[in-house]
Design a protein around this ligand. Structure first.
Ligand SMILES: *Cc1c(COP(=O)(O)O)cnc(C)c1O
Length: 396
């Protein structure tokens, strides 16, 4: 059996999305900026229509939608673009300690270039306290960026409250909503945000295409210089197929969203209950209430390494992800797990399972059946666990 439970890393593209994209590779292949002939105009018209569809899905205006080549690019643009455009006003940025590396990396870059960054702490469930945001704002603050939902432990942040505080202090507010799309309703007016990032491949769209929503009136500097695409704010020949795929994936994600959320929640909770019941010395990381992303499960298992668990899961056909930095290739424990207060040795034994609306009960049950044996097998090789067993015996 093959079970894919790493949907917070990426998702399978839906067939309808691929179908929507194909004509832009073969028939409407024109450069959307070449308006002197038909196939170019067709591409340009398609891009206008696609932008409108995306705006509608987000509750934004059409001219507030900017396409990028990824979620990482949208995040980098938001952080660096606001910093560069507003450095005469101030040099202070506020973010949280548990942001995606795209945000943290951009902030660290700015720190080396004369900006100062406050990394707000989070509570044991990964929640940012809006009061902390308010207290951190100074007359030099030009930007606050707090993610809508965390990719590792699924914490949904109080975005509306933070947005209100930023508005009252006239500070631009950006949110990385990459994990939120398809997992909760997202409307920029309802959230009250000034900027929002998303990435198609996290909601069954193609890889390599994202959006930065920028509210009209927000001053932002360009990151990619060149031609006049994206209303002069981001050069590059329009990725028409990618844009079409993103729009279709977004529409599909928002269709019957409530029903899908309910289904994912059921799978998530079945997994959480099954793991908690069948494996001793484990800990659920992240919220236990409705501020948890509907598709995210993250457990720490004591006396074992996350990477060893992943290897044995893979041998059983199960794809999941560990708490240590996936892309960086480092073995440092996740900054998110450390920020919620886990000691290094516990953070190291963490695994994330993330379901999608395609995940079935059989798949969940297969994981619940397979995982305890894997953990037990690994623990029997751990000297620490042996001590624990001996102690238990003495006490019995
Ligand atoms: C995946 C992810 C990103 C990066 O998106 P890419 O399109 O893969 O660059 C940014 N933020 C969060 C929260 C993510 O989960």
């Amino acid at each position: 059996m093959k079970v894919y439970m790493d949907n917070n890393a990426t998702t399978a593209m839906k067939k309808e999305v691929l179908e929507e994209m194909l004509p832009y590779y073969t028939e409407i292949y024109g450069n959307a900026s070449s308006k002197f002939y038909e196939v170019g105009r067709q591409a340009d018209e398609a891009v206008m229509e696609i932008r409108e569809r995306v705006a509608k899905q987000l509750g934004a205006k059409t001219n507030e939608i900017y396409f990028t080549a990824s979620g990482c690019e949208a995040d980098n643009w938001a952080i660096k673009g606001i910093a560069f455009a507003n450095k005469s006003k101030g040099n202070h940025i506020i973010t949280s300690a548990i942001e995606h590396h795209a945000i943290l990396g951009a902030c660290e870059f700015l720190e080396k270039n004369g900006f100062s960054v406050t990394y707000l702490p989070v509570d044991e469930y990964g929640r940012v306290n809006p009061e902390d945001v308010e207290n951190a704002i100074t007359d030099k603050t030009i930007l606050v960026s707090v993610m809508t939902a965390n990719n590792e432990i699924g914490t949904i942040q109080p975005i509306r409250e933070i947005a209100k505080i930023c508005k009252a202090h006239k500070v631009v507010f950006h949110t990385d909503a990459v994990q939120a799309i398809g997992h909760m309703p997202i409307n920029v007016e309802d959230l009250g945000v000034d900027m929002l990032s998303l990435s198609a491949h996290k909601f069954h769209g193609p890889k390599g295409v994202g959006v930065l929503y920028i509210r009209n009136g927000v001053r932002i500097e360009n990151l990619i210089h060149g031609g006049g695409q994206e209303r002069g704010k981001r050069a590059a020949t329009e990725n028409t197929a990618g844009m079409a795929g993103l729009a279709k994936a977004l529409e599909l994600a928002n269709t019957d969203l409530d029903k899908k959320i309910e289904k994912m929640r059921t799978m998530r909770d079945r997994l959480i209950t099954g793991i908690s019941k069948n494996i001793p010395y484990c800990r659920l990381n992240g919220p236990t209430d409705d501020t948890r992303l509907c598709n995210n499960v993250n457990f720490s298992f004591r006396y074992v390494e996350g990477e060893s668990i992943l290897m044995l899961l893979d041998m059983k056909g199960i794809a999941a992800s560990s708490g240590s930095a996936c892309a960086s290739g480092s073995l440092d424990p996740s900054h998110v797990l450390l920020a919620i207060g886990l000691p290094h040795e516990i953070a190291h034994g963490s695994v994330r399972f993330s379901v999608s609306d395609d995940t079935t009960e059989e798949e969940v049950d297969y994981v619940i059946e397979t995982l305890p044996k894997i953990i037990e097998r690994l623990r029997l090789m751990s000297p620490l666990y042996e001590e624990v067993l001996n102690k238990e015996e003495e006490e019995a």
